[in-house]
Design a protein around this ligand. Structure first.
Ligand SMILES: [Zn+2]
Length: 124
């Protein structure tokens, strides 16, 4: 393999990398406390993205009749504290694994994850 051949391969690889899109984050739809029901004629479903952890985004479905509504979005790497708190209280992962990835790194999880450990206090 000579230098010219190698340079050609490098430029082809660079062109291939430039064409590739960045990966879309995995969207985790959390089951809403709202019961499932038929939509009324003026209603539709929007997605509230309440926790953005970069490669993973947690979201919920919500019914709205507001035609301008587009769903709530947290900043990249951020969270919507009211929705995150609401889901953290019910989150099933804490019971299974003892930790909640959805809230990890946010004040909702607590600085020493004490709130994730005290399930009995939360459930009372
Ligand atoms: Zn949580």
């Amino acid at each position: 393999m000579n230098r010219r051949h190698l340079e050609g391969r490098i430029s082809r690889l660079e062109a291939l990398g430039a064409k590739r899109k960045t990966a879309e984050p995995l969207l985790m739809l959390i089951e809403s406390a709202e019961p499932e029901r038929e939509l009324l004629p003026d209603e539709r479903v929007v997605i509230d993205r309440f926790r953005d952890a970069g490669n993973m985004v947690w979201a919920r479905r919500r019914i709205t009749s507001d035609p301008t509504e587009v769903g709530q979005h947290s900043e990249p790497g951020g969270f919507l504290v009211d929705l995150l708190t609401q889901f953290h209280v019910q989150c099933p992962w804490r019971k299974i694994t003892g930790a909640c990835r959805m809230c990890q790194g946010t004040p909702v999880a607590g600085s020493n994850s004490e709130s994730c450990k005290s399930e009995q206090e939360v459930e009372q």
